[in-house]
Design a protein around this ligand. Structure first.
Ligand SMILES: Nc1nc2c(c(=O)[nH]1)N[C@H]1C(S)=C(S)[C@@H](COP(=O)(O)OP(=O)(O)OC[C@H]3O[C@@H](n4cnc5c(N)ncnc54)[C@H](O)[C@@H]3O)O[C@H]1N2
Ligand code: MOO
Length: 403
């Protein structure tokens, strides 16, 4: 077990053990958002599947309207009307004819352009066309969006609304995806009271359970369970063992420091988990423990809400990226200019909740200790102040990690 590790090395230790998940399953397209594709998706048809009109107007042969101008229009016989949904193969245009046509409707055989109805007299029997058009003006070609058998979506890509639209656009209702990591969240601490119950003296409401699970859901991995465990080493060991039956990752909060009820150490020992590291040289969340039990990674975060939250971002997101191959989990680093001074008291690398906007970095009003939760509101990044640095001054350029 490594005691006191740099963040970079802590990440290395985690990533070494964060194996890529290769199990696949079929899901309905409507439920596929956030999964990564486990198959290449090829177009099963041309899109559009037939040449179609992009305007409401008249399908014509461009040679029949050559030289037409207002005052000297081309006059054509209206041979019929074609609506979106009609079969274009059933219509064929002859010289001197026009078809009334709607947006999205198939072109009749032989027509090579559609004239907007605003450029005509909107005639029913015959139509006066006041404008000349080149062949293929206002003409959507079959397959112009994509051709049958072309690669539309590559295996491994994350499915968002756009991919779901594309899948529906080729008529798919199901798709093969990689299963997401199974995560179980356990909060610990006898002082915790679950929201909805009256708060007894000395107790506090459990906010970590909600915050951690909600953040995981926001990131795209809804935890399988969120539960609370009392401060009993044997009890927690049993809970961890049960959770590890199917979990790829167990996230715990609280009980990782040196207090008499900091039970993670004892519980992990009873469980027989291999402790990989304890204590990262950063603030907040210094006493984080990372251990492994069988194939399950156990990330034990500090009970202090900001310690838990910051370490979830810094340690779990890279692990999720490695397990899924999905770069959407990675944190984005930006550079910004400090709007005010910030006083850093610790020697280690420090992450501070902050607001990044238009290249400027500012802070919420209030306190920033790792036990404070109120000032998380509105923050969208973690300011990264390197080890050894002291105060950071207004006007300085700094690095922030976007949440
Ligand atoms: N003698 C020392 N004391 C402490 C050290 C140290 O090095 N030597 N480290 C401090 C640091 S840094 C941190 S961080 C905390 C970590 O403590 P634990 O992870 O063991 O967490 P707890 O003691 O269980 O809780 C800390 C704090 O957070 C509150 N908490 C816990 N769980 C929740 C929850 N689910 N929702 C809301 N709040 C929660 C808890 O009541 C405590 O106030 O240790 C320092 N001490
Ligand atoms: O490392 Mo702790 O989260 O600062 O208070």
């Amino acid at each position: 077990m490594i005691e006191g590790i740099l963040l970079e090395n802590a990440l290395e230790e985690i990533l070494k053990r964060a194996d890529r998940i290769t199990d696949t399953k079929k899901v309905k397209v409507e439920e596929a958002n956030g999964f990564c594709l486990a198959e290449n998706i090829y177009a099963e048809l041309d899109n559009p599947p037939f040449p179609r009109s992009p305007v409401d107007g008249y399908a014509v042969r461009s040679e029949d309207i050559r030289g037409a101008v207002r005052g000297n229009p081309a006059v054509l016989k209206v041979a019929g009307c074609i609506y979106a949904g009609d079969n274009g193969g059933a219509f064929s245009i002859k010289p001197g004819e026009a078809y009334r046509i709607m947006t999205g409707a198939p072109f009749p055989e032989g027509a090579d352009t559609a004239v907007k109805q605003e450029d005509t007299d909107c005639g029913e029997e015959t139509v006066k066309v006041n404008k000349s058009q080149k062949p293929w003006d206002n003409y959507c070609f079959q397959g112009e969006d994509y051709k049958k058998n072309s690669l539309l979506l590559a295996k491994g890509s994350r499915i968002t609304f756009a991919e779901q639209g594309i899948l529906s656009g080729i008529g798919r209702t199901e798709v093969a995806v990689y299963r997401k990591p199974v995560i179980r969240v356990l909060t610990t601490g006898d002082e915790l009271c679950q929201p909805g119950n009256p708060l007894k003296p000395g107790k506090i409401y459990d906010s970590n359970g909600m915050m951690v699970s909600s953040r995981l859901r926001e990131l795209g991995v809804k935890p399988e369970s969120v539960s609370h465990c009392a401060d009993s080493e044997a009890g927690l060991a049993a809970e961890l063992k049960k959770a590890a039956e199917d979990a790829d990752i167990i996230v715990t909060t609280g009980g990782v420091s040196v207090g008499k009820k900091d039970i993670l150490h004892g519980a992990l020992e009873i469980l027989g988990a291999e402790k990989i590291f304890w204590r990262i040289r950063l603030q907040p969340g210094t006493p984080t423990i990372f251990s492994v039990y069988g194939k399950t990674l156990i990330l034990s975060l500090s009970g202090n809400p900001f310690g838990a939250m910051a370490n979830l971002e810094l340690l779990l997101r890279p692990a999720l990226e490695a397990m899924t191959g999905d770069p959407a989990f990675a944190m984005e680093m930006r550079r910004g200019i400090m709007e005010v001074d910030f006083e850093k008291r610790c020697k280690v690398r420090r992450f501070v909740r902050a607001v990044y906007k238009n290249g400027k970095v500012s802070f919420p009003q209030g306190i920033f200790s790792s036990g404070a939760i109120g000032t998380l509101r509105g923050c969208n990044c973690l300011l990264d102040i390197p080890a050894g640095r002291e105060n950071v001054k207004a006007g300085e350029q700094v690095a922030v990690w976007m949440l």
